[in-house]
Design a protein around this ligand. Sequence first.
Ligand SMILES: Cc1cc2nc3c(=O)[nH]c(=O)nc-3n(C[C@H](O)[C@H](O)[C@H](O)COP(=O)(O)O)c2cc1C
Length: 252
Amino acid sequence: MENSEIQGLYAEIFKRMSVRDYRPGEPDGVDFEKIEEGRKSLISLDGSTALLRVIPAEKAGVSFGHAPYCLCSYAKDDEARLKASFLLQEMSLYLSTRGFGSCWLGMAKPKNGFLEHESLPFFKLLVFGKAPGAHRRERVSQFKRKTLSEITDIQNCPKVLEAVRLAPSAMNRQGWRLCAEGTKIRLYMANNNFLVKKLMDPLTIVDAGIALCHLWTAARALGIFRASYKEEGVPHIKGFSYVWTIELTEFK
Ligand SMILES: Cc1cc2nc3c(=O)[nH]c(=O)nc-3n(C[C@H](O)[C@H](O)[C@H](O)COP(=O)(O)O)c2cc1C
């Protein structure tokens, strides 16, 4: 993916929204080429490849607001699920730059025949297509989100952290916590209580992957990305679990 594309994804973070109503009918051949081009150009969190598949929604048996397509991810363990979620969100931003709306569907599954791909089990999907109305917001004030001080104590990195603050999450829970050490930013996620753990843990992984996608995209677009990795022995935060670290060259 070219730098100009990453700038485009970054700009999308401040406008995108979930679309729940779609124009029926499949995208034409030109649009479909753009979609596949985007899918192939995605950059992953750590250079690994993850499996995403574009499937006509009707074929996959996924019905949501007449959306013509769904984008399914396949992953075998929690780390692969995190990386797949990162890529799905990157694709969602890419689709938005090309005029497509999308919506994550946390509980949806494709039908038998699409539950496995290249020996990997299905994880999560989003639907996408052209919206009859707007697929973007006009102003940041239209996002319903926590304030920056509710998700972090970091004071001197507002541009990068704003991109995380605006990230979508399942039921808009926004369970992220961001901490700094030097020029590292660590992402933590709020733990789910034991009653809902089984149901919510996979969604928390998705929310973490989305937040990392926004963090990474902002860091790249602002030219301050240094590295992305998982650390051992990081400080513990009560009620939260550490997920991943993005290291910057400076804070902005
Ligand atoms: C993992 C995940 C699952 C979601 N599942 C659904 C869903 O099943 N149905 C739905 O209408 N929206 C779903 N959403 C969309 C969220 O409700 C939405 O992202 C959040 O309310 C913030 O709004 P925004 O995306 O318009 O900024 C999901 C979002 C995420 C990240």
